[in-house]
Ligand binder design. Structure first.
Ligand code: NDP
Length: 274
């Protein structure tokens, strides 16, 4: 469910997972309109639906309507996955696990001990901070154009139960006042790439050994990844792997089976879409 939702590739991804793991499953798109989200969830549950993915702009409302909330969804303050069980709704968030799995398993980037720079402090960043810290990164700077949003995000995480050890490795900054690097991993989580815009950052954050990841994929990821290459980075990746891995993590929650992702990921890359 989302508004809009026609662009979503999730039906194709989940149908692929279901075929490959012999699961009988139907997965479609529902746009309930801005006002209709809660009623549409209740109606879907009543019709025998087993669960949902939720995308913009409903991720916070999905959390609010659930009777049970996973620790990672509570920290994120948002849910992308709902599970219906015995008449109850559970909210989960698989975005961070999907990113960590893409970085660690698909790209083979070792996260332990890394100094990480995250650009952006929007909805996607809320879900990825704690899973990255839990994966062992040594320190993390959240830099955002609107600094107050990055500060508020950290305050929310603290209030939602982020551990003291994780909090001690986390700081916020404005884009023009990013503490000097080097950074082992730079993640672009700003949305400007969809309009061809780049975050205004000092290019000294890049080095030949930096790994650079853009959460967006396809054309939207290219401005930032090109900038990174121009400033020496050679290990760069877009967010298609995260998209597939967060879906696999949701599938695992609903069906109890972790689908294999490598063939699907190659197929999506080779087909040149999305
Ligand atoms: P939000 O709208 O919640 O946040 C947007 C962020 O981008 C804000 O931090 C905003 O800064 C910043 N921003 C936008 N334009 C610019 C600009 N020109 N210069 C600097 N900063 C800018 O978006 P989301 O967090 O939901 O998504 C972020 C990106 O991640 C998107 O590209 C989205 O497609 C991608 N994504 C990928 C996923 C995947 O599975 N691969 C999953 C979820 C998201 P400010 O606060 O100052 O406005």
């Amino acid at each position: 469910m989302g508004h809009p939702v026609e662009h979503s590739r999730s039906p194709e991804i989940h149908e692929w997972f279901a075929r490959a793991s012999n699961q009988h499953m139907a997965y479609g798109r529902i746009d309930p309109g801005l006002e209709g989200f809660e009623a549409a969830v209740a109606a879907f549950q009543k019709q025998g639906g087993r669960g949902l993915n939720v995308t913009l702009p409903f991720k916070e409302r999905a959390l609010a309507l659930a009777q049970r909330v996973s620790p990672r969804a509570r920290l994120a303050g948002a849910a992308n996955t709902l599970l219906f069980d015995n008449g109850e709704v559970e909210a989960d968030n698989t975005d961070g696990a999907g990113l960590v799995r893409d970085l660690g398993q698909n790209l083979n980037w070792r996260l332990t001990g890394m100094a990480v720079l995250i650009l952006g402090a929007g909805g996607a960043v809320r879900g990825i901070i704690e899973p990255l810290l839990a994966a062992g990164v040594a320190r993390m700077v959240i830099a955002n154009r609107t600094v107050s949003r990055a500060t508020e995000l950290i305050a929310h995480l603290e209030q939602a139960g982020l551990s003291a050890s994780a909090r001690g490795r986390l700081s916020s900054a404005g884009l023009h006042a990013i503490p000097s690097g080097p950074y082992d991993l730079i993640i672009n989580a700003t949305s400007g790439g969809h309009e061809g815009a780049l975050p205004e950052i000092p290019t000294s954050v890049f080095s030949a050994t930096s790994k650079v990841y853009d959460l967006s994929y396809g054309i939207a990821a290219q401005p930032f990844l090109t900038l990174a290459r121009q400033h020496g980075a050679t290990a760069v990746a877009d967010g298609l792997g995260m998209l597939v891995e967060q879906a696999a993590e949701s599938f695992l929650r609903w069906r109890g089976v972790r689908p294999k992702t490598a063939t699907l990921l190659s197929h999506l890359r080779e087909s040149g879409r999305p």
